[in-house]
Design a protein around this ligand. Sequence first.
Ligand SMILES: C[C@](O)(C(=O)O)[C@H](CC(=O)O)C(=O)O
Length: 523
Amino acid sequence: MAQKYADTQSEIDAFAAEVKEIQEWWQTDRQKHIQRPYTAESIAALRNIGFKIEYPSSVQGRKLWRMLNEHNARGTYDLTFGTTDPLIAKEMPKAGVQTVYVSGALCGLSQAAWPGADHADYPADLVPSVVKRILNTQLFHDQRQTQLRMRYSEEDRKSLENLDYMLPIVADADMGFGTLTGCMKLARSFVEAGVAMIHIDDLALGLKKFTNGEGRSIVSTKEYLDRLTTVRMTFDIMGADTMLLCRCDSDNAEFITSVIDPRDHPYVLGATKKVLSFNQALDDGKQTDKDYLTVKAEWKVAAGLMTFDDAVKSIATEEQFSSYMSEVSDKIVALQGRRAIAKRITGQEVHFDWELPRLPTGQYMWQWCTKAVIDRCVLAAPLGDVTWSRQDKPNKKDMHDFHTSVRKVFPDRLFAFGYTGAYEYTKNGYTQEEVESFPADIAKMGCVWQVQPIWATQGLSLHAKEFAESFKKGGIAWYMRDVAAPARAKMATDKYGKPQARGDYLADAFFDVVAGLDIIEQA
Ligand SMILES: C[C@](O)(C(=O)O)[C@H](CC(=O)O)C(=O)O
């Protein structure tokens, strides 16, 4: 029988060495800001001891970490866009874009066997598979470029392309696909695919709504932190320096799936009047011709919907309310505790019922505010490397308050920011000048990684439509004149006029090497 260890002592020694190595790794510049709720011993016991793999994901994670910290030190940023196409990703370094983003929404629309909206309902290995194809394309072009350059003299090389094709890839891990083991497998697939950073959010699986005028549903703080911890643990088991971007979708969220975590209690909404449940109101509404949103709006008013703290405020004197707040602010006080404090101070039972507003799908109603988002992001920060509060409508004050508040707790915090294509800045209080300087302005707040995630649904669609129209009209003559000729003119060529970036040379080189031919120019 093949034995792993000669004796128990060798196993003890190997385990101790593994623990020491993990502890030392956690002290490196790349890792030392992370606070884990588990020990190096727990991780070592979950590892394949004696079988070390260095993942490309780790190399790219360290590269991205350095890059983003340099931006942070300079107050600058990388501005990138989402793509699922390796051929597009290959063009990005030519313009100085420093990272490639693989969007879940785009993968769902363009890469899934059965397309759909941004529900993260595609197979869990879909986004990792796109990352893998892009990484392989980067490796191919890097290899091709090296081989091509090595065919030329030092002098000739000065005019040849010398691109860093290995842009770190950032990818969308959505809500981690639900279960703890599902999340672990997803994180593992991303590391194996070569991603530099993934983001995990606090959205509820399967409950994203788009057009019915409702906000998002988030999970409890505990569930969100568990997701992040699961990813961190997976990276640690794999020994990977892959980065974790803690994305939080609480901004403008309207529902929460559970009230299990007292940290969420200040923001859960309840009925303060004696009314029928929202579900009952919906059933009754079906008998009339009122639509869902009207029934909801009317029910909220009838129910006197508010947070528990606001309910206290509505019955307390100013003085009573301020002593109540001094007992509950900046502490974790569950609803039960809040009720007892309010009763002691006001002498009254506060009428508040958070069960009545529950949706047919079970969620509770939730009052988002910037403080709620800050609370979550501060709790999540120690588990990850970068923070992103996803905003549909990034208004100036919220942007400022959010970033400065998180930085009060974590002064060097790195942030990400996503530009949603639907948001019109100039119609929402930004001047044209402010839009121009927006990326640079938010970089000063620490937003070092900025992305237009779904460019393909706007930019690529626009180009494709314009191309199709012109091609239909102008035919092949138009194509030769307006597409092929400029594309050829822009294509880098060698001194013999041959295009550099296709890979023909590399294929020839394989033949040459196998045939024993030395094609490297000797300096
Ligand atoms: C980043 C995102 O998760 C994506 O899938 O690309 C989307 C993009 C969008 O809706 O604009 C998101 O931000 O939810």
